[in-house]
Design a protein around this ligand. Structure first.
Ligand code: ACM
Length: 726
């Protein structure tokens, strides 16, 4: 989150790419020679065995509840059948039938599960589908909820209609804490955003919604003991307590915990708007409108602060039933504490050594307040300090080292480093980021303290109109990392299934795809002709927003109130079009034997489409839609780099290597395209184009090199190591 020093995170993310060996998916397959179902499930279950046969799903499909029954279970059955109805256009009986004998699906659980979703919940289930019946068994209703999501994902169709494959599944999560954090402070995210994301979470078996409720830019929760906090700190955008109860009930119905975060003592500007006397330096203070790390920090030496925190946290402890309260604790830059002689004197008088000692002292006070209200403290990894009282949970964001350090020191921990979805990295990186990689040096006991992880959706650059496409579908890949066995890590297979789950996420109301279309039409302007919109869609699909926190540097004037409706907001992370192009290029260049003419045709056609779209968007008078100004130069760049690709293909297909000057020009052109301008977007196809250029230039060597040597030769030329920076 630190705009000024994103390099740390970038280094971490690069290191993650190096995460090592990855075995193939342990899915047991029948030895029968009949074609079996392809596993589309996400997350992949712990054990899965398909067998030949299909259970037909028709309008006679009926559900019976065998064991424990309750309102949560009935509501889940009703929701599940409703989703199937929408998918199949069949009219299904949404109420459970009495007799297991006449039912197609029998659900059998022993008990309700915890009334407040908890980390100790047993989420396991078994699902047995034969050609005549499906049976879902679980120790409690939460296991049934997880199993129902699997069942919903198994529905498939063939020429005879809808069916469930014959399958036997034994499933349980690898990690108990599988979360999504949504920052509602930077850009307000109202209740419908939260609810549809809870549905998405349930679909991929995530079980913790972490709401980042307060930050410099907003105080987003109603306090009844201190209403001045939200009335001065929120611009009127906050959750009322009734809305929070609604969210908690919605989450509970789906077996999801809701953990609130109140960021303390830094990131606290919105607190001190109404309470300047609690800041470390005199105010006045106003809600922060920019992004970054700011100076206002609460004054831990002021006893009035603890009285307010006791009131407020006591009130929140009542409102949020979860066992944990997150107190933030990150990124106190120390500026105000250093500038206050009184605070520095306090540090000396109490033998606290330095600011870190004072922070630890503050956390001890907070921990005692939370304990009095029956809550466990969780904080970002800056709170890890020898003085931190147990029990506490360390939320690792700066690197996996803090997770390991916490575990070694006896603290439980969760990982978010590597799951920062706001950094716009591809799903593959997040997917290979394991809280407990095979190379871990933690003992078994220490490993048990690693509870899981959370995807983090910081909201500097998202509004309710773009947040879904930033969270999904990549978070489904993270959900799989946290649920499925470690060995399930085949990236290609993950992407294949991610495309399927992405459509299913729409079924529960997640809007990424629709919002994308809307944003592009909006950018094109209401007078745009259909082919102009289509060209802009083509462009938007082949660019990505810049990664890490580069957008702030490229668009420095943007503040909280600016509409995020530019080209970068139309673009989405992890472009599927770019991935598909990369796959074609790889097959074309690296398949042993002759060049693959089918792939060649695909590549040539794709480059022509991009070139035409680029020229069309670039050539359109921007006056009709001023936001198109910055788009035009991006479109022009697309047209130009497409030509580079076209020339390279022509050289390859004709068998005539181009001269050195052409290569230099192409590389320069591609290099320019990697330097994002004010539009703050990048072209993920550039690496594929670099490969094509290298292949065109080096083609005379192909016949003399073994396939792997050819691949390495091209990669070495296309991606030379960066010169050392002194
Ligand atoms: C954080 O990103 N500052 C927790």
């Amino acid at each position: 989150m630190d705009n000024s020093s994103p390099s740390l995170l970038r280094l971490r993310l690069a290191a993650m790419l190096a995460i090592g060996f990855c075995a193939s998916i342990p899915i047991a397959r029948s030895t029968d020679s009949a074609p079996l179902m392809e596993n589309d499930l996400m997350p992949v279950p712990a054990q899965l065995r398909f067998s030949p046969g299909r259970l037909r799903v028709t309008e006679t499909f009926a559900v019976a509840v065998g064991g424990h029954d309750d309102a949560r279970l009935q509501a889940a059955i009703s929701r599940a059948l409703r989703r199937w109805e929408a998918r199949t256009a069949l009219k299904l009986d949404r109420v459970a039938v009495a007799s297991a004998a006449s039912a197609t699906l029998v659900i059998d659980s022993r008990e309700a599960g915890h009334s407040i979703p908890s980390i100790d919940e047993d989420e396991s289930y078994t699902l047995d589908i034969t050609a005549s019946k499906a049976t879902l068994r679980a120790p409690n209703v939460v296991g049934v909820l997880r199993g129902l999501e699997t069942l919903l994902q198994l529905l498939n169709r063939d020429a005879d209609g809808f069916f469930l494959p014959v399958v036997s599944i034994h499933d349980r999560p690898r990690f108990a804490w599988r979360g999504l954090m949504i920052d509602v402070a930077r850009h307000w995210q109202p209740i419908d955003v939260i609810k549809r994301n809870l549905d998405g979470m349930a679909l991929v078996k995530l079980n913790v919604l972490h709401l980042h409720l307060t930050d410099d830019q907003g105080f987003r929760i109603e306090s009844r003991t201190h209403p001045e906090l939200q009335s001065s700190g929120s611009d009127g955008h906050y959750f009322t307590q009734d809305q929070i109860r609604d969210i908690i009930a919605y989450a509970q119905a789906r077996g999801i915990r809701v953990v609130p975060e109140f960021d303390l003592p830094g990131h606290a500007t919105s607190w001190v708007v109404s309470h300047p006397e609690l800041a470390s330096l005199p105010g006045p203070y106003a809600i922060e409108r920019h992004w970054g790390v700011f100076n206002p920090v609460l004054d831990p030496t002021n006893e009035a602060l603890y009285r307010l925190l006791d009131d407020f946290l006591g009130e929140m402890a009542q409102l949020f039933p979860d066992a944990c309260i997150h107190i933030g604790g990150d990124e106190n830059n120390g500026v105000q504490w250093n500038a206050s002689p009184r605070i520095q004197a306090f540090i000396r008088e109490h033998g606290l050594k330095d600011n870190a000692g004072l922070h630890a002292w503050f956390n001890r006070r907070l921990s005692a307040i939370l304990a009095r209200h029956g809550k466990t403290l969780i904080g970002w990894d800056e709170v890890l300090h020898p003085d931190l009282p147990q029990p506490a949970i360390i939320h690792s964001w700066r690197g996996p080292e803090s997770l390991a350090a916490a575990a070694r020191q006896g603290y439980r921990g969760i990982l978010s480093n590597g799951y920062y979805i706001d950094l716009i990295h591809p799903a593959s990186e997040h997917y290979l980021n394991d809280p407990l990689p095979a190379t871990t040096t933690l003992t078994i006991e220490e490993q048990r303290r690693v509870l899981g992880g959370e995807a983090t959706m910081w909201s500097e650059w998202v509004t309710p109109a773009t947040i879904d496409s930033r969270i999904w579908p990549r978070t489904a890949a993270i959900a799989e990392r946290l649920w499925s066995p470690r060995e399930v890590c085949d990236v290609n297979d993950m992407y294949r299934r991610l495309a399927v789950v992405s459509v299913r996420l729409e079924e529960v109301g997640l809007d990424g795809e629709r919002q994308h279309g809307f944003m592009v039409r909006h950018l094109a302007g209401e007078q745009a002709a259909a082919e102009d919109v289509k060209a802009l869609l083509t462009l938007a699909d082949i660019i990505e927003p810049v990664k890490d926190y580069r957008r702030g540097g490229l668009q420095p004037g943007v503040v909280q109130s600016d509409p995020l409706t530019n080209l970068a907001d139309c673009a989405r992370p992890d472009s599927a079009a770019a991935r598909s192009f990369a796959e074609s290029v790889n097959r074309f260049l690296f398949q042993p034997g002759q060049l693959d003419r089918v792939q060649a045709a695909k590549i040539v056609q794709q480059l022509e489409i991009w070139n035409a779209a680029g020229r069309k968007v670039a050539g359109r008078p921007a006056g009709t839609a001023p936001a198109l100004n910055e788009t035009a130069s991006v479109a022009q760049a697309l047209a130009e780099i497409s030509v580079v690709g076209q020339d390279a293909m022509q050289a390859l297909l004709s068998g005539h290597a181009p001269d050195g000057r052409w290569v230099i020009q192409c590389r320069a052109q591609l290099h320019r395209a990697t330097e994002p301008g004010p539009a703050a977007v990048e072209f993920p196809i550039v690496p594929s184009l670099e490969l094509l250029v290298a292949a065109a230039a080096e083609q005379d060597q192909r016949s003399s090199l073994a396939p792997e040597a050819w691949r390495q030769h091209l990669r070495a030329i296309a991606f030379p190591p960066a010169p050392p920076t002194s």
